[in-house]
Design a protein around this ligand. Structure first.
Ligand SMILES: Nc1nc2c(CCNCC3CCCC3)c3[nH]c(NCCc4ccccc4)nc3cc2c(=O)[nH]1
Ligand SMILES: [Zn+2]
Length: 372
């Protein structure tokens, strides 16, 4: 029995809105997924993450297998219990983080060997071990083990890397087995080469997955190249399954991706930039540490209903950032996550009512205004 499902509710152009149902709860799409790398969305209590409107968050195979260890989290009842989040969790498969975080790594047909960036201990990640770790963590949506080629890379390198990822996708599928209530997503690669993207999509569709990610983007290619790829890549994927664009992004990246048929996204941006004093708003972004905010009694955004905007002035936020108080990162992270979820809710409503283009025009018009 399936126990998981994806239902498309409405479509407006290429943009879609729907619901992914899982035993731990529903995920409204298009969805933005906050990142909880080390079993916490940094600076946020789980109930606060939920209060921003998040239906699902991300965990990280790479970090958690190194510290505190997947077997330890399993012994303690799994990641949901461990971090006190009882709604869906999606975990990335670890390969991308190995290539971007660890040193002394070796890539072979078998998998990747690397040294922990924490203590230098040696580790081995394969499609099979990645599936085992994600099962031990108890994540609801499991990502296939893939390789995301570092850019710039020539076409041949991208083709070889994509084909390795497709062999790993088959091994991931075989190792995942039959797990009702859990979903396995394949990850499309192929760089910015449309024929390689199509080859990858066909390989994944032939294997058969519960959802399909567009990988290999947001790796420095820039928004124009990314949108150029998204003008065709989602269309190569089954339309009745969720499409997840990995690692994206800024608000305008998110809107452009949904416009092109993407249903799910994740990014560290709202939380990471919040900790540095960067606030994202409907009219653009501000860095609260800038001296011009020192005497400003206004909230970050007078239309925002988050705790930061409801109860604190820019002057206060400026002060607590300048004095490195813990509440500084907490308040701005909350604001940014709240704003990102507000964008998603706005798009879900607009697509449902067939007015996505008008909503998008308003989104860009407001952002064009000057001083905020
Ligand atoms: N498996 C896999 N993961 C990818 C990821 C990681 C997505 N977040 C995972 C979470 C799990 C926990 C950690 C993150 C990506 N992230 C990005 N760009 C991020 C760009 C960025 C970097 C820093 C700040 C903002 C944006 N491109 C990605 C491509 C892939 C990919 O092909 N395969
Ligand atoms: Zn706010």
């Amino acid at each position: 029995m399936a126990q998981t499902s994806f239902e498309l509710k409405a479509q407006d152009g290429q943009a879609r809105t729907g619901v992914i149902s899982t035993p731990r709860g529903d995920i409204r799409t298009p969805a933005f997924m906050p990142v909880g790398t080390a079993a916490t969305v940094k600076g946020m209590m789980p109930e606060s993450v939920r209060a921003t409107g998040a239906d699902i968050l991300l965990g990280n195979t790479y970090h958690l297998m190194l510290r505190p260890g997947a077997e330890r989290i399993d012994r303690l009842g799994g990641l949901h219990k461990f971090m006190n989040w009882d709604r869906p969790i999606l975990t990335d498969s670890g390969g991308f983080q190995v290539m971007s975080l660890s040193d002394l790594r070796k890539l072979t047909e078998e998998g990747v060997t690397f040294k922990s960036h924490y203590d230098g201990s040696k580790h081995h990640l394969t499609p099979e071990r990645s599936m085992e770790v994600q099962k031990l963590l108890g994540s609801d949506i499991v990502m296939a083990f893939d390789e995301c080629p570092a850019l710039p890379a020539d076409r041949d390198r991208i083709a070889q890397s994509m084909r390795l990822s497709m062999r790993w996708a088959q091994r991931s599928r075989d190792a995942f087995g039959d797990r009702p209530g859990h979903m396995l997503f394949g990850i499309m690669q192929g760089g910015l080469e449309s024929d390689l993207r199509e080859e990858s999509a066909k390989a994944l569709t032939d294997i058969g997955f519960d959802g399909y990610a567009v990988g290999g983007l947001a790796v420095g290619e820039g928004q124009d190249a990314m949108f150029g790829c998204l003008d065709y890549a989602p269309g190569f994927l089954p339309e009745d399954k969720p499409r997840y664009l990995m690692g994206v992004g800024k608000p305008d990246d998110i809107v452009g991706a949904v416009k092109r048929g993407i249903d799910m996204m994740d990014c560290v941006l709202p939380s990471r930039s919040g900790r540095t004093g960067q606030a994202w708003t409907r009219r653009g972004q501000i860095n609260i540490k800038n001296a011009r905010h020192a005497d400003d009694p206004r909230p970050i955004d007078e239309h925002c209903t988050c705790p930061a905007c409801s109860s604190y002035s820019r002057a206060y936020l400026h002060h607590v950032f300048r004095s490195h108080e813990m509440i500084s990162g907490m308040l701005l992270t909350w604001h940014n996550l709240h704003y990102f979820q507000e964008i998603m809710q706005g798009m879900r409503d607009a697509i449902s009512e067939g007015r996505f283009d008008a909503w998008e025009a308003d989104f860009h018009a407001l952002r064009a205004e000057g001083d905020i």
